[in-house]
Structures are given as structure tokens and as C-alpha cells.
Ligand binder design. Structure first.
Ligand code: ADP
Length: 165
């Protein structure tokens, strides 16, 4: 596992994960950045997917991105942490890794899912991201490089702190 501060649309990995919404029809934040960088063909493919449940994931091609694949996963909107948010967020990481492995990806980059507009507290979300990736990587065949792509140095510090636990 590696932590970087970057615009996820620039990363040269096999798969980038998109913190999507359930419509899969684009939005703001990292979702908007990915759609802008990938081009209109991405939206056309997303339309055919007919949405995605929170905590699940669907895969498309990466089009104009350096990444071959985009894995779209709607994170939970944070309320108080007692409405299934931890399990749903863990599902985003687990299903994304499973889809990446099924498609033969050897590297994957995750944004800090749900921690923007969806309001998930950054430390709790990082803890779930790290523990879920560790658990799933332990049982998936093959090797996968996992990059946590932060958008701020503050988020990177949180990941570095939580990874030492
Ligand atoms: P959500 O709706 O899941 O909260 P957001 O896109 O609002 O999704 O935010 C998720 C995270 O993605 C936030 O930490 C935000 O700072 C980050 N982010 C926004 N744009 C980018 C980008 N181009 N590359 C990587 N991370 C980004």
C-alpha cells in the first residue's frame, strides 16, 4: 500500500476508483474530474449500467485516462455512523478490489471515498479503507499494488498515521 497526494486522473495505474453517486451519471468532486478527463465516452458507457447500489461497484473502460479501467463505487452519505455507513464504505473498497482482480488489474488507486461532499469523517474513513484493503488483499490471488490517492497533504498525514496502527 502506498499513499500519494495527486489528482487521481493523472495516475498511471491499471484501475482508478471513482467515488460515484448511485446514478453513475457524473457529479462534482473526484467524479466530475474523472468524467472530464476520460471524455464523453465514459458517460455513454455509464448510462448503459443503469446505476449502482451504495457499497457496490461497477467497472468501465478508462477511455482518455492513463488508467485502463474506472471502477465506479457509490460511497455512503455519512449521517452518524449508526446507519450502516462503515459496512457500506468497506463494501466500496472490497467490491472495487474484487472487480479489479477479476479484470486482471495489477494496480489500483482509490480516492478518499465519501470524505468530500458525503461528509464521512476523514480518520474513520481512512481506518476502514486501510483495514478493508488489508483484509481483502490477504485472500485475493495474485499481487496488486494499492495506491491511496489523497487530494491534500492533511489526508496523506491521516493515512500515514492510520497505517502505523
Ligand atoms: P464523495 O461524494 O464520495 O464525498 P467527493 O468527490 O466529494 O466524493 O470527495 C471525495 C474525495 O476526493 C475528497 O477527499 C476530495 O478532496 C477528493 N478529490 C476531489 N477531486 C479529486 C481528484 N481530482 N483526485 C483525487 N481526489 C480528489
Amino acid at each position: 500500500m502506498e499513499v500519494v497526494v495527486a489528482d487521481i486522473t493523472t495516475l498511471e495505474v491499471d484501475a482508478v476508483v471513482n467515488a460515484a453517486n448511485t446514478s453513475l451519471l457524473g457529479g462534482g468532486g473526484v467524479d466530475g474530474a474523472i468524467h472530464r478527463a476520460a471524455g464523453p465516452e465514459l458517460l455513454a458507457e455509464c448510462r448503459r449500467l443503469k446505476g449502482c447500489a451504495t457499497g457496490d461497484a461497477k467497472i468501465t473502460k478508462g477511455y482518455r485516462l492513463p488508467a485502463k479501467w474506472v471502477i465506479h463505487t457509490p460511497g455512503p452519505v455519512y449521517r452518524d455512523g449508526k446507519h450502516g455507513e462503515p459496512e457500506l464504505l468497506a463494501g466500496c473498497y472490497r467490491r472495487s478490489l474484487e472487480l479489479a482482480a477479476e479484470h486482471g488489474a495489477e494496480s489500483i488507486a482509490f480516492p478518499c471515498i465519501s470524505t468530500g461532499v458525503y461528509g464521512y469523517p476523514a480518520e474513520e474513513a481512512a481506518g476502514i479503507a486501510i483495514s478493508t484493503v488489508r483484509e481483502v488483499m490477504g485472500r485475493l490471488p495474485g499481487d496488486m499494488k494499492v495506491v491511496f490517492c489523497c487530494f491534500s497533504s492533511r489526508d496523506r498525514e491521516i493515512y500515514e498515521k492510520m497505517m502505523k496502527r
